[in-house]
Write a protein that binds this ligand. Sequence first.
Ligand SMILES: Cc1cc2nc3c(=O)[nH]c(=O)nc-3n(C[C@H](O)[C@H](O)[C@H](O)COP(=O)(O)O)c2cc1C
Length: 210
Amino acid sequence: MKTLLVIDSSARSNRSTTRALTARFAAAWQARFGEAAVIHRDLGANPPPAIDEAWIASAFGEPNGETPAALANSETFIAELFQADVIVIGAPMYNFGMPSALKAYFDQIVRVGRTFAFTEDPENPYQALIPSKPVVLVTSKGSGEYEAGGVLESLNFLEPHLATILGFIGLGDIAYTKVAREEYKDEAWRYMVSAAEAEVDRLAADLAVA
Ligand SMILES: Cc1cc2nc3c(=O)[nH]c(=O)nc-3n(C[C@H](O)[C@H](O)[C@H](O)COP(=O)(O)O)c2cc1C
């Protein structure tokens, strides 16, 4: 059984570019592996709570063999990440970075002793604890020009931030599928959507999983 974890973070329930592409990937994945399991973590519909005093005290406290109530969401999300063979993430650009629901999710799952560890090596102070697996990162932006050399390049905190956090916990094997100019819905946008659809189909058909 191949398990796909789909993480959606668009606050739109319909007319969402990222949701359309993650759903397309999931359908193709199920067609490829007839009995593939799909876990759908819908952060747009159900944003995780922000971490708080109890979460931090529990996450950095001495383990006593029981899961503190404050870490219940965190444990559920982390278990899904370990269970998955492949992960597809839909991430719109909101105010130059990721949606707050997706940031809240990463605050829940980046946990010492569970998804990363401190080391004694000053050259390499962190160790990722999630075994590497393919991640398909689907992004959509309203404007264009965020790519290298574009006039908005310095304002793009979406993919760089996501790549940093994902790599930090061991998920650095990332395939990017990007759409831009969604606000314009022009010829260039339509071309990017078609290219993203083809890329999603190719990845769903070709990605090697353990
Ligand atoms: C709250 C909000 C903030 C946004 N901020 C930006 C932004 O900073 N830069 C940009 O290019 N587009 C921005 N957009 C446009 C979205 O990135 C674009 O509509 C994208 O397609 C949303 O993803 P979705 O179609 O999956 O919902 C914003 C949209 C919303 C709703």
